[in-house]
Design a protein around this ligand. Structure first.
Ligand SMILES: [Zn+2]
Length: 120
């Protein structure tokens, strides 16, 4: 039975993006990947970009061995011509995934999470 009342289910494209960005074999990424099935969307950026705030029941997954750097993964985002238009950042705080952020160099924010093929 679902006991958490906070947040909504993670969109499929956010799950794919997190799995892609956290795919390395380091202990950090290994522990963070194990949190993905438990993540909920607990907030959105105040602008129209795709950035989401992540939350989870911390009793369901172990904290990851994070360092002082809250950015645990990042990639550049390319458009269909291969031009860099921005990027994505994954943040963790206290050992748990906390933000999946998109940013752009263009005037308009990135409103959809990029597909793995758009990452560089
Ligand atoms: Zn935003």
């Amino acid at each position: 039975m679902e006991t958490s009342t906070t947040g909504g289910a993670l969109p499929a494209e956010a799950i794919t993006l997190l799995e892609t960005l956290l795919a390395s074999d380091t202990p950090l990424h290994h522990a963070l990947r194990a949190q993905i099935p438990h993540l909920r969307v607990t907030g959105h950026c105040s602008c129209s970009c795709a950035t989401i705030v992540l939350g989870l029941d911390e009793t369901l997954a172990a904290p990851a061995p994070v360092t002082d750097n809250p950015v645990v993964a990042e990639a550049e985002v390319l458009d269909s011509d291969g031009q860099e238009i921005g990027g994505v950042l994954v943040f963790a705080h206290g050992g748990y995934l906390s933000y999946l952020e998109t940013y752009t160099w263009l005037d308009e924010p990135i409103t959809q999470f990029p597909f793995p093929g758009q990452l560089s």
